[in-house]
Design a protein around this ligand. Structure first.
Ligand SMILES: Cc1ncc(COP(=O)(O)O)c(C=O)c1O
Length: 400
């Protein structure tokens, strides 16, 4: 077949890196701390089988025809309940259902950004979003994070400098809870400050909270959206980690004006996301079943998190540090500056263990002395063995 004339977006993608990574991670015998996906027993298989057959039998009209493009009312009410539990009082009218939070991000970006427009992103940031926006011709500007989330001092300086150059960013993309890859949470003080900054500089905050509610310790996970008095925060949530990523059910909480625009655009985007999946999840809310399921998930993830932190404490050589995630799926490891992370990765692969090198999570993909470990999927003994192997590779690398 003649070569396909790809769009500049598709032809600009780094074709090999991630696919190659994940392919290798599936080789037999490889211990993988790569993908951020739930552990197999986390899926509510029996309950989903029960509610699905009941929906098909008793309520076919709710699931078979084209649905409300904004999402079924029952799922939007369920999302409003979940948001209220976390301090965000929102009407179902302001909730738009999507095929996962990444799809929500994509649609928002299509509505508010043009090529040449400026967006602020965190450094490091979520790979899925970074890859999706990199080739749209946006002006992407990184602001660093620390253990308290995005550096609001640098953010303000950056916005002030851009303003003096006549540049007016449209959006700031942040992860408020359980950052991917860094495993940190934005501090309460910065959560309160961020909407004020967005108001001052007249831009949106896109708050990605894809791991919502997966909190294992006593920490404040109130979304930034809860402190938004001027409708500057667009909140992006997901059932991927609470129920199943395969269901592709997420949502956005948006200002009224944007809901209207979104509903107008929806027939041109995807005509709405699947009613069956939304209704299954709505049904899981009956008698608070999902709340108790999330309680069990928290026990499972906390135990995996603890296994990882325990193994890092026990096996990592001196000079290496890591984040102690209060929730979510990730630990972000920092090595001494002189460690060659490419060489470390090859050594680790020889030891039959894989993880994501930090470079992927930055715009320039240059050397950064970090890597991401994900504890969500393997059992505890596998996590410990994997960390032990990585630590052994790191000791060899440091010694060389
Ligand atoms: C920070 C972050 N945002 C968004 C997503 C995508 O989630 P969804 O399955 O809801 O599209 C992920 C998936 O891992 C993620 O880590």
């Amino acid at each position: 077949m003649a070569g396909i004339r790809y769009s500049s977006w598709a032809s600009g993608l780094r074709k090999s890196d991630i696919a190659e990574f994940l392919r290798n991670a599936k080789e037999p015998g490889i211990l993988s701390l790569c993908p951020g996906v739930p552990y197999p027993d986390a899926y509510p298989t029996e309950k989903v089988a029960e509610v699905t057959s009941s929906l098909i039998k008793n309520n076919p009209e709710a699931i078979f025809p084209y649905g409300d493009p904004q999402g079924t009312l029952r799922i939007r009410e369920a999302v409003a309940y979940r948001m209220k539990k976390r301090g965000v009082d929102v009407s179902p009218d302001n909730i738009v259902m999507t095929a996962g939070s990444q799809n929500a991000f994509d649609m928002v970006v299509r509505m508010i950004m043009d090529p040449g427009d400026t967006m602020i992103i965190e450094a490091p940031t979520f790979l899925g979003v970074l890859d999706s926006i990199k080739n749209w011709g946006f002006n992407l500007i990184e602001v660093p994070i620390d253990e308290d989330g995005i550096r609001t001092d640098v953010l303000k300086d950056t916005l002030t400098r851009l303003k003096s150059e006549g540049i007016h960013p449209k959006a700031i993309y942040i992860m408020s809870n359980y950052h991917n890859p860094a495993g940190i949470m934005i501090s309460r003080e910065r959560r309160e400050e961020l909407p004020r900054i967005a108001e001052e500089f007249d831009c949106f905050i896109l708050e990605d909270d894809a791991y919502c509610e997966l909190l294992y310790d006593d920490a404040d996970q109130t979304p930034v959206k809860a402190f938004d008095n001027s409708d500057r925060v667009i909140y992006l949530g997901s059932f991927s980690k609470l129920v199943s990523p395969g269901f592709r059910v997420g949502w956005a909480v948006v200002p009224e004006e944007l809901v209207a625009t979104w509903n107008m655009c929806r027939p041109m985007f995807d005509v709405g996301s699947p009613s069956l999946n939304q209704e299954i999840i709505a049904e899981l809310h009956v008698d608070n079943w999902l709340d108790s399921h999330i309680g069990k998930l928290i026990v499972g993830y906390r135990s995996r998190r603890d296994a990882m932190l325990g193994a890092l404490d026990e096996y990592m050589p001196e000079g290496v540090s890591w984040t102690r995630a209060h929730g979510g799926f990730y630990s972000w490891v920092t090595t001494p500056e002189n460690v060659d992370l490419d060489s470390l990765f090859k050594r680790a692969a020889k030891n039959k263990v894989m993880y994501f090198t930090g470079n992927f999570f930055y715009l320039d993909h240059e050397h950064h002395n970090h890597f991401r470990l994900c504890f969500s999927r393997p059992d505890e003994d596998v996590i410990v063995e994997a960390v032990k192997r990585i630590a052994a590779a790191l000791k060899e690398e440091i010694a060389n």
